[in-house]
Design a protein around this ligand. Sequence first.
Ligand code: MCA
Ligand code: AMP
Length: 499
Amino acid sequence: MTTWHNHLPTGMNARDFEIESSETLPSLWAKVWRNSPQRNVLYDEDSGWVTGGDLLRRSELAARKLAAAGIISGDRVVLSGSSSTDFVICHVAILRLGCVVVPANGAYREEEIKHVIQDCRPSAAIVDNSAWEPWIKNIDSTIIVTSLQIPLPNGPTIPLDQVNSGDPAYIGYTSGTTGRPKGALLSHRNLVSSVRALELAWRWVKDDTLILTLPLFHMHGLGVGIHGGLTVGCKIILQKNFDPEKVIEASEQFKASMFFGVPTMYSRLVESPRAPELKRLRLCVSGSAPLSADLHMKFEEITGQKVIERYGMTETVMLVSNPYDLERRAGSVGFPLPGVEVRLSEELSEIEVSGPNIFEGYWQNPDANSEAFNDGWFRTGDIGQLDDDGYLSIVGRAKELIISGGYNVYPREVEDVLNQHPDVKECAVVGQMSVEWGETVVAYIVSDRQFDDEELKLFAGTYLTDFKRPRITYGVDALPRNALGKVQKHRLVEGKVTD
Ligand code: MCA
Ligand code: AMP
């Protein structure tokens, strides 16, 4: 499906724009900052503005500290913290040193972070959660610092920005169909090509100001918001937590032009009496979960903004987007982005994709890699439908996945935890429709006694990050199974076993 020319500005020829580049993220950024060292780039409430010159200098100092501690090019470095300019400086430093950044959710419980560490074997972990220190400490020889200021001794000058575009840059943990997340490894080439496509498709320029309240430990906040913003050289306003009023205030205070969010954020924004003020933005983008056509239209009625819905994955960065100039169709994710090719598999209509943005493979996981590709095309696990105009809609999932508020929850991971409860005989975890969250995690339990919602939520919370905990527990006599004994989750609806 080659409809990506629909993203081009009128009069522009596809040959006029390079999606593929031999550049790396830090080399592109360093160029931008050297050209305009005085220009404000990043803002957070605690630290104020950071300029291009500050970013160059402070990322170099941080990289030198890491190098002096023995970290070398190619090493993995885990990075976790709330959104701040310090977080971004650490991220830039890791990449400038040629290391691979492994972002991690700061709310991970012991088993979750231990799994990441044991799987990717990082040389260092820079985290702002000191509770993690004892959990990480005894694994290999990982150096752990519990402050984004990197409290390590200064180091001598070292060469920076030496990596090549094919070198690894990022490992994002995702897709735990087997119960445990896998590390998706992306190169600079993958990350740069996606950012280039977005720059073109969304007319993203240095005069833009982006309000970014998404967490920076996922592809949406980091790979789209931060990488895109730093590459085009626009201003980025970071906010630690999503608060509709603060977003609206920032749109006024900073004369902002762009906002990126997940559907839950849009559903909260429309509830604000000040939502009409968002009309001053140039562009609102939604992704990570389906944006209902209702919400799309309600947001437009209130704010005048026609949201661009787009579709992406950790493994692929961004794949498909509604067009900037043509119709932004509610309920559809649009056309393949420049450089991306999309096809639907014959049997299932599973969306399969190829392009320079597609990841290099799962970290040290040959079995997962052979399953993930079909003849060189990456299998997304999402079911698609194309309309006559070439717009793609996501109509289902071939993979077991719940998306709650833009966070992915793998039922198997939650079931493995619930099965550890002595009174749970059997369980099935599914997503239940929710206006606010898209889907809510709920558990169906077979037990000799009754559970209230709080009990299993609390139990699961000992092992799992907050958003993975089941919000509702339903007791059932038995789980519905097919002749082969496989649980038929589609028959578990609103607390009942249906026919
Ligand atoms: C918070 N809670 C959640 C979620 N977030 N529960 C279920 N699902 C969630 N997503 C819990 C809290 O722990 C708390 O639990 C309760 O819900 C209420 O919290 P609240 O303060 O209302 O939530 P919040 O802190 O305001 O967070 C809502 C949020 C957040 C801002 C929508 O979930 C968020 O930032 N989501 C974005 C995730 C994201 O960036 N995904 C991108 C993945 P309790 O009441 O028990 O204390 S990358 C990706 O998907 C690909 C690449 C792509 O296409 O983008
Ligand atoms: P992740 O593994 O966190 O990268 O999540 C990727 C998954 O999020 C995709 O495979 C889709 O199932 C889902 N996703 C992302 N964007 C959208 C969207 N706009 N509409 C529906 N699902 C989406």
